[in-house]
Design a protein around this ligand. Structure first.
Ligand code: GLN
Length: 331
C-alpha cells in the first residue's frame, strides 16, 4: 500500500517530502515491468527499462530528487515545446499559428492518417511529429546549426549551459527515419514546409537528440510554471503570452492520444518523449490547506519503459499519485 496522504498531521519539511517521494518511486518502480523501451529508434533500446527517477524543483527553494536521477537521456519530443517557443519568439505567435493548429489529434504522435483524412491545410498541433516538423521548418537558418542556434540560446538562458546533441542518438534517428520522412513528404505536398525537406528533417533529428538531465527538465518546468520568468534573476526568459500558450498546448496535446486522460487524472501541463522523459509544470495555486509546493514547481520524470502511447508508463503513474496526494491539479 502506498502511504503518505497529506493531512493536517503531515509535516511539510524537506525531509518528510523526501521520504514520501522515495517511498512512491520505490512503489511505482515495480510498474516499469509493464512497459517497453522504445525500439523504433534502435539506440533507445539500450535504456534500462527498470529505471525510474524524479526531480521536483520548487519555487520555495526546495528540490526533491529520487530514484535514477543521474542518467542523461535525449530530449526527444520534449524538444517540441521549446522549438515551438523559439519559433513564436522569432516569427510571432500569429505567424506560427497560421501554419500549425492547436487541436489535439487523438492519434499516435507519428500518425499521418489524420492529416490526409481531414484534408487539412496545416498540421493539427505542434506536439505531434507533423506539427513539430512544420514548426522546425519555420526556424531561420540554412543549416541545422543555424536553425537551432536560438534554441540553444534559450536552453542556455534557462539552464546556465548549452546542452549538446548526442551523435549516436542522432545517427540512429536519422537511419531509422522512414516514418518521419513520410510525414515530411506529406507536409511538402500540402505546402506546410517553409524550408527544404532534408534541412528540416535533419534539424528535427538533431533537436530530438539533444541530451539533457532530469534536473534540466525540472528547471525548465519551473520557468514555465512562472509564465516564463526565472525567479532567481527576475528575468523574463520566455514572453509570458508564449509561455501561457505553450502550457495550454501541453495540457491538451502534451501526452499525445493520452492527453485527455492525463488532464483528467493528473491535471497539469506536461510533455513526454519516447526516451522516457516527462516535463511537468505545477503553477502556483491558491488552496486553503497546508500542501507541499503551493508556490509552484517544475518536475522532471524519467522512466524509459513506455506504455502503448509512447509515454513513460511508471512515470505517469508516479505523477498521477503525487498530483493526487499533493493536490497539484490546476482545476
Ligand atoms: N524523435 C522521435 C520521433 O520523431 C520523437 C518522438 C517522441 O518523442 N514521441 O519519432
Amino acid at each position: 500500500m502506498v502511504q503518505g496522504a497529506v493531512n493536517r498531521h503531515t509535516k511539510l519539511s524537506e525531509e518528510w517530502l523526501q521520504k514520501y517521494v522515495d517511498d512512491w518511486v520505490a512503489f511505482y518502480r515495480k510498474h516499469t515491468k509493464e512497459g517497453k523501451v522504445a525500439s523504433y529508434i534502435p539506440v533507445l533500446k539500450k535504456a534500462n527499462p527498470s529505471h525510474l527517477g524524479i526531480v521536483i524543483s520548487g519555487n520555495n527553494g526546495i528540490t526533491i530528487q529520487s530514484g535514477d536521477v543521474s542518467i542523461p537521456f535525449s530530449i526527444q519530443s520534449i524538444s517540441k515545446v521549446f522549438t515551438f517557443i523559439t519559433a513564436c519568439m522569432q516569427r510571432g505567435i500569429s505567424y506560427v499559428l497560421n501554419r500549425v493548429d492547436v487541436e489535439p489529434t487523438g492519434e499516435a504522435f507519428n500518425s499521418i492518417m489524420h492529416l490526409e483524412m481531414g484534408k487539412v491545410e496545416k498540421p493539427f498541433n505542434p506536439f505531434v511529429n507533423a506539427g513539430a516538423i512544420s514548426v522546425t521548418s519555420l526556424l531561420d537558418g540554412s543549416t541545422p546549426e543555424e536553425k537551432l542556434e536560438p534554441l540553444y540560446e534559450l536552453f542556455e538562458k534557462m539552464l546556465g549551459y548549452r546542452p549538446k546533441v548526442n551523435r549516436e542518438v542522432y545517427q540512429s534517428e536519422k537511419e531509422s527515419s522512414v516514418r518521419n520522412r513520410a510525414i515530411g513528404y506529406y507536409l511538402l505536398e500540402i505546402g506546410a514546409l517553409e524550408s527544404d525537406l532534408e534541412l528540416t528533417l535533419d534539424t528535427y533529428f538533431q533537436q530530438c537528440s539533444i541530451e539533457i538531465s532530469l534536473q534540466d527538465l525540472a528547471t525548465m518546468g519551473k520557468i514555465l510554471a512562472n509564465d516564463g520568468e526565472d525567479l532567481k534573476t527576475g528575468k523574463e526568459i520566455i514572453p509570458r503570452q508564449i509561455a501561457r500558450l505553450v502550457k495550454s498546448l501541453m495540457l491538451t496535446c502534451g501526452m499525445y492520444d493520452a492527453s485527455g486522460k492525463f488532464a483528467a487524472y493528473v491535471g497539469i501541463p506536461a510533455k513526454s518523449g519516447v526516451s522516457g522523459g516527462i516535463i511537468a509544470v505545477v503553477p502556483p495555486r491558491a488552496r486553503a490547506n497546508e500542501l507541499p509546493f503551493l508556490s509552484g514547481c517544475g518536475i522532471g520524470v524519467y522512466g524509459p519503459a513506455l506504455d502503448s502511447q509512447g509515454n513513460s508508463l511508471a512515470g505517469i503513474k508516479l505523477l498521477r499519485h503525487i498530483s493526487n496526494q499533493w493536490d497539484f491539479s490546476i482545476f
